[in-house]
Design a binder for this molecule. Structure first.
Ligand code: UD1
Ligand code: UDP
Length: 383
């Protein structure tokens, strides 16, 4: 059986590393990796392929950046050529980026079955480009690989319970379990930056709604500057955010206790996360990683897709509307803990569950009914 996986953005390399490795456990499966080229800086792309030992992509489409329509359209055109040429049995897409959408649309229009990893994740905010990508991808996918019970319920509400919905757990949890020990033994980022465990805030920001509105971006950065007066802030800067800096006066920030870094590798990031006092972010993946390491998190958004984390007390929303509320949300998170009894993201074997689901597509109709039955014990659905 031939499977084409479509990746293109940083978090997708991390997720694909786990699934790709699980696919290689099955000699009857061949994976062909397409890299759309959505992310292309070395530290947003190749670093992850190397560090996580992802197979070198068979196709790098080098699409690069662009407006949503042109970027997605160019990806679709190039992916379609590859699909026609390769004739896969399945196309596997990850998450919610333009690469996800392009892969799903190109495949479904050719009648090739699509499996969506991270199906059913919703913010319920259609102003976010990611939300459009998620909804459309789910509605054209044949196999919906949901990370959580909440995602399964979201799909049911959209009438997708009759499709092949399967709860598999979250591959980002697999990745933290798998690569986490390397993060502690295999890199010296804390020493290099002169950081001590529990003595800094880790901060990331890259959502278009936070970076592309100059007023909002400056408000967030004013808050970060204020926080850095009492505790060091470590800030690996995403390229979208780097562009935002270029358009504001913030290049004149006081950087004595605000460490602006280039994007770091995944292993370095895990080390920074695990040892942080608090993480403040608008990243989806980083919110979950904070929880995996039981580090309190502040999310700089109006809402989050990962509502379990807020319910469990590990995450707190701080919509970036004024400086004071961001600063106080971070300060009030010092020492905060949450529910440790629940593990909503599976058992660390989501990648194996995904491969199993792809290998047994006909069994999934029944599983999907079971998965959405109200009151069903989630754990019983993860084999
Ligand atoms: C994309 C995803 C977002 C995901 C994020 C992960 C979409 C719509 N958004 O956002 O869901 O959370 O990736 O990081 O797909 N740039 C570079 N070098 C690069 C990549 C980007 O300089 O290697 C710059 C370009 O100026 C580009 C901008 O960053 O225009 C934004 O990149 P893009 O891929 O469009 O969106 P992200 O913000 O990265
Ligand atoms: N990440 C990384 N280096 C960084 C910032 C983030 O390796 O400098 C990792 C992070 O640990 C997580 C993933 O990238 O696994 C999250 O990606 P991002 O925040 O870009 O996107 P999102 O998850 O919001 O889609």
């Amino acid at each position: 059986m031939k499977i084409i996986s479509v990746v293109g953005a940083r978090p997708q390399f991390i997720k694909a590393a786990m699934v790709s490795s699980a696919l290689r456990e099955h000699p009857e499966l061949t994976e062909v990796l397409i890299h759309t080229g959505q992310h292309y800086d070395r530290n947003m792309s190749q670093v992850f392929l190397d560090e996580l030992r992802l197979p070198e992509p068979a196709y790098n489409l080098r699409i690069g950046s662009g407006d949503h329509g042109s970027q997605t359209g160019r990806m679709m055109e190039a992916i379609e050529d590859v699909l026609v040429n390769e004739g896969p049995d399945w196309v596997l897409v990850y998450g919610d980026t333009n690469s996800t959408l392009a892969g799903a649309l190109a495949a479904c229009k050719l009648g090739i079955p699509v499996a969506h990893i991270e199906a059913g994740v919703r913010s319920f905010d259609r102003r976010m480009p990611e939300e459009i990508n998620r909804v459309v991808t789910d509605h054209v996918s044949d196999l919906l690989l949901a990370p959580t019970a909440v995602a399964v319920e979201n799909l049911r509400r959209e009438g997708i319970s009759g499709k092949s919905v399967r709860i598999v757990g979250d591959v980002m949890y697999d990745a933290v379990l798998h690569f986490g020990c390397r993060a502690e033994s295999d890199n010296d980022i804390l020493q290099r930056l002169g950081l001590e465990r529990g003595k800094y805030i880790l901060f990331t920001l890259h959502r278009a709604e936070n970076t592309d509105d100059v007023e909002r971006f400056e408000l967030v950065m004013d808050a970060v500057q204020q926080i850095s007066k009492s505790v060091t802030v470590v800030f690996p800067v995403h390229p979208r955010t780097r562009n935002a800096f270029g358009q504001s006066h913030l290049q004149y920030l006081d950087k004595r206790h605000l460490l602006l870094l280039e994007p770091v590798s995944y292993i370095e990031m895990l080390r920074l996360e695990r040892n942080a006092r608090v993480i403040a972010t608008d990243s989806g993946g980083v919110q979950k990683e904070a929880f995996f390491y039981q580090v309190p998190c502040v999310t700089l958004r109006e809402q989050t897709e990962w509502v379990e984390l807020v319910e469990m007390g590990w995450n707190r929303l701080a919509p970036p509307l004024d400086v004071e509320s961001i600063v106080s949300a971070v300060q009030q998170s010092f020492g905060r803990t949450g529910d440790t009894a629940r593990q909503p993201y599976g058992n660390g074997r989501a990648a194996q569950q995904i491969v199993k689901a792809i290998l047994e597509p006909r069994a999934l109709g029944q599983l999907s009914q079971q998965a959405v039955e109200p009151g069903t014990d989630r754990a019983s659905l993860v084999a």
